[in-house]
Design a protein around this ligand. Sequence first.
Ligand code: ATP
Ligand code: MG
Length: 198
Amino acid sequence: MSRVGIMGGTFNPPHNGHIHAARQAMAAMQFDRLLLIPDNVPPHKTMPHGSADSQQRLAMTRLMAQEIPAAEVCDIELRRGGRSYTADTLRALKRELPEAELFLIIGTDMLLTLDKWREPETLCALAGLVTVARDDDDHAALEQKAAWLKEKWNARVWIVDCPALPVSSTDVRADRALCRAMVPPAIYQYIEQQGLYF
Ligand code: ATP
Ligand code: MG
């Protein structure tokens, strides 16, 4: 059975924190494939004025994939259109890859709010949850959440033991120097060439 890691995001833009998380998850979990899935419309946040459009986010996600072993870009959420619910994406991937074991790679901020996502029971049934540190995490809170998800929906949770690389797309969009420092050169070049953000 092949092991497929799935990392969804808005990737507006992708940054070294995303790459770090994907590499750490890959090292810990030994995936055969790692799918990077840019969302179409994120359900949990509004896209700020001046954001990259979906084709630009897709192009930058392709550049990010070159930095991560075994990574490939999957545009399933862009093709589906509308709001991008992870439960819909996992159901579709399960149909496409019936033999695969699916794992969702998420930052610890996302594990802590997972029960607020649409159909959390579907997420827990269809994918293992691989959580990567995002900041100075409260480990007790994470363990408690993992135990609660396990009890309630039979979730399978892995908390990857690695240092955090605390950066966000919001930070990067607000500061050109930080963007240059925290985004791979090819993506920074693309941002400049497209006149994005600054
Ligand atoms: P924004 O600031 O626009 O919300 P973001 O930096 O949170 O963007 P997303 O594209 O929303 O990035 O995140 C996609 C996934 O990557 C989420 O699961 C998120 O938790 C995770 N992630 C983002 N940044 C990091 C980081 N620095 N370390 C670990 N995981 C991260
Ligand atoms: Mg975020």
